[in-house]
Ligand binder design. Structure first.
Ligand SMILES: [Ca+2]
Length: 488
């Protein structure tokens, strides 16, 4: 046999074997998405007071991705990135309550085209509907429809997203009696007073409610004998709605995501990776896990250079412990225009490597003010306390006004309290990160302030998807009533 024919035979054999392998057992995917959960507030990430036994168990059975980041810190744009594999500005889905450009395709599209059943339960916050062709299961407290979906046809694999409403405010669900406000340890980035403690206890109760939902889903997989062939991923979504809890900012409390992947027989139980990964890498990874090359996928949405592939890349090799590295940089943006109660535009852009983060506030002359963190409680009580506390007053002031540039060393300053942007010793690091940020914005077609000012044109208010969102919100308030009645 000639060398060429031997090579051809080997190639053919490889293709047949690989194909057969994956065709025989294409995995199911269960993606569990929390809502406004700061990555620090789980047992396994170091919070010793919040009770999360089911999520902690999931972590012990899988891999903890310690450096997963969301490219946005409000519900709607972060979910678009997670489901489409595209960064927010490119997809047109960058303010909150947003929608992707018409013609954009999501992982629901890609998996459906490849024979999967696809569904999403509870919170949607994505659009337009054509981009997200999932079956929508309303509500989050009843699992019979979930079971029906998972067991409808045993010959057909499925992709299922469980999008919880916990612990998104208002914090009214879960076992509040479990947490005594007076006994809690207030994290160092929050101001410690009675209002903060009261809210922290209520927030933790909702995290425990989320944990119970995760436990129910794991039980469902066991009962339907689908543990072995299901890849489970849990993500904390984005930071909490406390001032400095991370939501509506690009600080690590907001953009860092507690992420666990369990895939029996493939992902080593109790393992961990520090590889930098982003939400946009999730759809390519899921596709790669079924044997599909994500490089061949058309997202339906070109970037500024005309490339129609994903912004994300597969981290399957990280999951399978073949590699501990995917990216050198992760990126994030925050759009203020269109947020409930916003005053002036206050756009933010950020780039981070394994150690340093550069933030650009594109309108530092403006005041950053939205309903979520700048009005009502707990900020009102913090402001009252600050009357006699200059250090706290300065900390509060930072929530409203920041300089054009911020640079942090996450290794020595994990809560990002010491801005190094003006320190000449860090000039080279700042320049290197700045170049990466410029290149990312150019690839995304991100024009900074010009993009910020167009944000409302990318919002969904008053169009079809909004009715779905409202129904999800109604479902939560109803469920909350139910939970209150059930509570001892
Ligand atoms: Ca959220």
């Amino acid at each position: 046999m000639s060398r060429l024919s031997r090579l051809l035979l080997m190639t053919w054999l490889c293709l047949v074997l690989t194909d057969g392998l994956f065709a025989a057992e294409r995995p199911n995917f269960l993606l569990i998405v929390a809502d406004d959960l700061c990555w620090r507030d789980l047992g396994f990430t170091g919070n010793r007071e919040v009770h999360t036994p089911n999520i902690d168990r999931l972590r012990s059975e899988g891999m903890y991705l310690q450096s997963m980041f969301t490219p946005a810190t409000t519900c709607s744009p972060s979910r678009h990135a997670l489901y489409t594999g595209l960064y927010c500005v490119r997809a047109g889905a960058y303010p909150n309550h947003t929608r992707a450009y018409d013609g954009t395709r999501s992982m629901f599209t890609h998996f459906k085209e490849r024979g999967y059943r696809v569904a999403l339960q509870n919170k949607t916050h994505v659009g337009p509907p054509a981009t997200f062709p999932y079956e929508h299961i309303r509500g989050e407290d009843d699992l019979p429809p979930t079971r029906a979906f998972m067991t409808r046809d045993r010959g057909q694999p499925w992709l299922f997203v469980f999008a919880s409403s916990n612990p998104h405010g208002p914090w009214t669900r879960g076992p509040q009696d479990r947490y005594d406000p007076a006994k809690l340890t207030v994290p160092p980035y929050l101001h410690d007073n009675a209002v903060t403690r009261q809210q922290l206890a209520a927030y933790y109760a909702e995290i425990t409610q989320l944990d119970e939902q995760v436990g129910e889903l794991m039980k469902l997989l066991e009962e339907t004998q689908q543990v072995q062939n299901t890849l489970v991923m849990f993500v904390s979504e984005q930071g909490s709605s406390f001032p400095y809890g991370g939501k509506w900012s690009v600080y690590d409390n907001g953009i860092r995501v507690a992420t666990v992947v369990r895939w029996p027989g493939k992902v080593k139980p109790g393992s961990a990776s520090e590889a930098l990964v982003q939400y946009v890498d999730v759809p390519p990874t899921f596709l790669a896990a079924t044997g599909i090359d994500p490089a061949g996928i058309d997202t339906g949405c070109p970037d500024a250079r005309g490339n129609r592939g994903f912004d994300g890349r597969s981290f399957l090799d990280v999951l399978l412990a073949r590699s501990d590295r995917l990216r050198d940089y992760v990126f994030s943006q925050h759009t203020t225009v269109g947020i409930n109660g916003y005053g002036e535009p206050y756009p933010m852009r950020a780039v981070r490597d394994g150690r340093y983060k550069l933030i650009r506030n594109l309108a530092p002359q403006n005041t950053y003010s939205i309903n979520g963190i700048h009005k009502g409680e707990p900020i009102t009580s913090w402001q009252a306390d600050a009357a006699h506390d200059p250090k706290l007053a300065a900390r509060i002031e930072w929530l409203f006004r920041r300089p054009a540039e911020e640079l942090y060393d996450l290794e020595t300053d994990p809560y990002e309290m010491k801005n190094l942007a003006a320190d000449p010793r860090f000039a080279e690091i700042k320049a290197r990160l700045g170049q990466q940020l410029d290149a990312w914005m150019a690839q995304q077609g991100d024009k900074g302030m010009e993009t910020e000012l167009k944000a409302t044109s990318r919002q969904n208010r008053g169009v079809q998807e909004d009715s779905q969102d409202q129904s999800a919100a109604t479902t939560k308030s109803k469920a909350k009533d139910k939970a209150r009645k059930k509570a001892p």
